[in-house]
Design a protein around this ligand. Structure first.
Ligand code: MUC
Ligand code: MG
Length: 373
């Protein structure tokens, strides 16, 4: 019997507004652009995937527009006609012929896993060997750009029990202003919430030394990517210098980075992201290196919508321990969704859909409404 083949791949740019401006050190987001992938197979099964980055080209080397162009021009011709049931073989073929483009690769792998899960009637977590959990802790990022508004947002989310950990995006203002902002929020929330910060590479190493000391003093729980991603040794020096844990985010993409960082302990915690690593299988390789080096795990996001967030959740659900929880709140930052049943967030966690594949269904009307014309 012949296995079903991949017949067609579509990459669709979808623009969804955010619920409020989201301030990061490199950009202010007022909308998110997702690349939604539809992968059609000869047995009539369609799989979906998502390739999403932050702020056009301000976060990394792939933009939504470049991902669509590269999927249409390079990925699709390589995949059409290939066995739709052999994900490792399809991804090996892509890897052999396409350099970089890890976020696009992650979206494609997600769509392949979704089709195969639907075909076999099992979730992606099951396809990956089995999920250890059906829920994951999820924090919320406070990034309105205004200290008082952030406090009010956190108070509201604490009151309704949706989140108990808050990540603050800093580094877009002078260090002393950023630190005063963080200290004010931590003081207001006290022991009722954990507070972490993400500097998104904004400081040089000497600024980081002075500033992290103050953040540690203010009771901050975790410091994410304080310095430029290339400075692995600096990350190792900061990790050694402070009690407050340091997390590698932009410095860490695939398992090669993970190995280099683990060898010098560049970070106490690794931020896992399927997009950074080039897919679900690859992110689990990063996790394996972290586990071997006794480096803690954190489930990161590139602010994907529901499809990318659920794909990440399926991968993370197969890990033994995610000590620092996840930040898979992307769908909650958007004003609307393009899937029929939204994912449930409550008690500071996400309930991972358990249906076949991703466990999601595209809402074609919504897709059409938000699709870039
Ligand atoms: C990042 O750098 O971690 C995660 C949460 C958020 O607000 O931005 C992202 C990206
Ligand atoms: Mg980060």
């Amino acid at each position: 019997m012949n296995n079903p083949i991949i017949e067609k791949i579509e990459a669709i740019l979808v623009d969804l507004p955010t619920i409020r401006p989201h301030h990061l050190s490199m950009t202010v987001m007022k909308k998110q652009t997702m690349v939604i992938i539809r992968l059609f197979c000869s047995d009539g099964i369609e799989g979906i995937g998502e390739a999403t980055t932050i702020g056009g080209l301000s976060y990394g080397e792939e933009s939504p527009e470049s991902m669509k162009l590269n999927i249409d021009t390079y990925f699709a011709p390589l995949l059409v006609g290939q066995d739709a049931t052999n994900i490792h073989k399809a991804m090996f073929w892509i890897e052999k012929n396409i350099k970089g483009n890890r976020i696009a690769k992650s979206g494609i792998e997600t769509a392949l896993l979704d089709t195969h899960g639907k075909r076999l009637g099992v979730s992606i977590g099951t396809l990956l060997g089995g999920a250890i959990t059906e829920t994951l802790p999820v924090l919320w990022t406070l990034a309105s750009g205004n200290t008082q508004q952030d406090i009010e947002e956190a108070e509201h989310l604490l009151a309704i029990g949706r989140h108990t950990t808050f990540k603050l995006k800093i580094g877009w203002q002078a260090p002393e202003i950023s630190i005063a902002h963080v200290a004010a929020i931590k003081k207001a929330l006290g022991d009722r919430a954990k507070v972490t910060v993400d500097v998104n590479q904004a400081w040089d190493e000497s600024t980081a030394k002075i500033s992290i000391a103050k953040l540690q003093e203010a009771g901050i729980d975790l410091i994410e990517q304080p310095i430029i991603k290339e400075n692995f040794e600096g990350l190792a020096r900061l990790t050694k210098m402070f009690t407050v844990p340091i997390m590698a985010d932009e410095a860490l993409n695939d398992s090669t980075d993970a190995f280099k960082l683990a060898k010098i302990r560049g970070g106490d915690v690794f931020a896992l992201k399927i997009g950074k690593s080039g897919g679900l299988h690859n992110v689990l390789k990063v996790a394996a290196i972290a586990e071997a080096a006794d480096i803690s795990l954190y489930g990161g996001t590139l602010l994907e919508g529901t499809i990318g967030s659920v794909a990440s959740a399926h991968a993370f659900s197969t890990l033994k321990t995610m000590s620092w929880g996840t930040e898979l709140f992307g769908p909650l930052l958007l004003t609307d969704d393009i899937v029929k049943t939204k994912v449930a967030f409550s008690n500071a966690s996400m309930k991972i859909p358990q249906g076949p594949g991703l466990g999601l269904e595209l809402d074609l009307e919504k897709l059409n409404q938000y699709k870039r014309k």
